[in-house]
Ligand binder design. Structure first.
Ligand SMILES: *Cc1c(COP(=O)(O)O)cnc(C)c1O
Length: 490
């Protein structure tokens, strides 16, 4: 059996060391002269004393305890955990990109500005919008930026009373949150039995207090809103704007565009669809695109191409202002641009075709073993329900935990909230048929265990470094430092 890596404090031996420094040849200054009294330790810190090799093993062991897309399949629905090509890392590290500073004068950073300008143009083309800003750093910030522009638009048109934002009950949680933070009230529109916006209900809730409808299409059930043009005209006739949550655009690249569906504002997550590495809250990029009549309200400065080069335009009196220091997370924008240029228009279309094919293949393999709330072809992701297993006392959470024993990151669970015991699966286009088959086998095994040996699933995971955690406490009261000899806090 594999030996577990001992905790570094357990292997500590007094006097053992992993470094050797040359003798000090500078006169020592008493510490009292360097630091104020309250900053000086009375006792030496309890640091582990280990050799260099032991230290190496400690950090290497820690590094492989995390599951990432580079270590295994990660079908986390609505998160698009596709492969992040390593070539992009080399490109982002090129000195001309990594050594520039945003305070440098424009004429010294024309190359960086040109890249941003081209990326904006590509994103305009992909989404069918007239102008794009790269400033916002995440999907949620993009939503807020878009809604602030919609608010400014209504106020500029003498309609400040338009304060309701309509959002389907299947929406991502950030949608109602962004609406509230932007000063709106969120109003729910129901999902019908086909998993789509209930048009009759939409007609009821849309009115002259409507500021906007926020929609994800394909929605978070992985289904395309077939009535999208009708939905768009209901909102436009009511005087509202259409906001497209394009965080996961993996099903539509080169196939359809939010601008053509009737949307006025779009945000994209470059850290999902466009291969920016994500997870763990690292830097993201949530560009926002708008149609012409929202253009005056875009955050400033706006990048302009003039006869003598690229310039930042600050002279934008109707702008909602800055939403982020400097010009966005440039490093993620470089990666996304590298991706778009590598794939080209045809390649991006293939991305979406393969993402949809992979999702449907997996759905088809799993459908006999789980409840399928919406029996239709899906787009880039799909939902399953664990209702059948729940009758045996095995919940979707239990099955997700059991998947860890098979070496998989579980799908998203209990979201969207309108599906009972929900699994939301997004395989992405970068996975092979063999990986999908192996994952399907694991899911089927777990479904059978839930029926014939539920204890195995209820007590899972069995093989991971830590067993079941109290997730609420872990999130609310995280223990971020290791304290030796305090068993209560291991
Ligand atoms: C991920 C996601 C968001 C939020 O994006 P962040 O970058 O995490 O803020 C919004 N909407 C949908 C549909 C998403 O999947």
């Amino acid at each position: 059996m594999k030996q577990e890596q001992p905790l570094i404090f357990e292997i500590s031996r007094p006097g053992r060391t992993g470094h050797s420094l040359p003798e000090n040849d500078v006169a020592e200054v008493p510490v009292e002269k360097l630091l104020p009294a309250e900053c000086i330790r009375e006792e030496a810190p309890e640091l582990p004393e280990v050799s260099e090799l032991e230290l190496m093993r400690h950090y290497t062991a820690l590094s492989v305890n995390n599951h990432g897309v580079d270590t295994g399949f990660y079908p986390l629905g609505s998160c698009t955990m596709k492969y992040n090509p390593k070539m992009h890392e080399d490109i982002a590290r090129m000195e001309g990109f990594s050594h520039v500073h945003p305070y440098q004068p424009e004429d010294q950073i024309q190359g960086a500005l040109e890249l941003m300008y081209h990326l904006q143009s590509c994103l305009c083309e992909i989404t069918g919008m007239d102008e794009v800003t790269l400033q916002s750093a995440a999907g949620a910030q993009g939503e807020w930026t878009g809604l602030m522009m919609i608010r400014a638009f209504h106020e500029a048109n003498g309609k400040p009373h338009r304060r309701k934002v309509i959002i389907p009950d299947s929406a991502h949680g950030t949608n109602p949150a962004s609406a509230r933070v932007a000063g709106f009230d969120a109003v729910t529109v129901r999902t019908n039995e086909k998993g789509l916006v209930d048009i009759d209900h939409l007609k009821e809730v849309a009115g002259d207090d409507t500021a906007a409808l926020m929609l994800t299409n394909p929605n978070t059930l992985g289904l395309f809103e077939e009535e999208i043009t009708e939905i768009a005209s209901i909102i436009h006739e009511a005087g509202g704007k259409l906001y497209y949550d394009g965080a996961n655009s993996n099903a539509i690249l080169g196939i359809t565009r939010p601008g053509d569906m009737g949307f006025d504002v779009v945000h994209l997550n470059l850290h999902k669809t466009f291969t920016g590495p994500h997870g763990g809250g690292g830097p993201g990029s949530g560009p926002v695109g708008v149609k012409k009549d929202l253009l005056p309200f875009l955050p400033k400065p706006l990048l302009k191409k003039e006869a003598d080069g690229y310039r930042w335009d600050y002279d934008r009196p109707a702008s909602i202002g800055r939403v982020k220091p400097f010009y966005g997370n440039f490093g993620i924008n470089i990666r996304a641009y590298a991706y778009i240029r590598t794939m080209g228009a045809k390649g991006l279309k293939q991305v979406s075709e393969h993402a949809v094919l992979n999702a449907n293949y997996l759905l088809h393999k799993l459908a006999p073993y789980f409840d399928v709330p919406y029996e239709r072809y899906c787009k880039h992701e799909f939902v399953l329900s664990g209702k059948r297993q729940k009758k045996n006392g095995v919940s979707t959470l239990d099955m997700a935990k059991r998947l860890l024993d098979f070496g998989y990151h579980p799908p998203t669970i209990y979201f969207p909230i309108n599906v009972e015991e929900c699994f939301m699966v997004e395989p992405t286009e970068t996975e092979s048929k063999e990986t999908l088959d192996a994952f399907a086998d694991a899911m089927v095994t777990i479904a059978k265990e839930a029926e014939y040996e539920p204890e195995t699933v209820l007590n899972a995971p069995h093989t991971t470094v830590v067993r079941r955690l109290d997730e609420t406490t872990a999130a609310r009261k995280p223990v971020l430092i290791f304290k030796p000899n305090k068993n209560a806090q291991g």
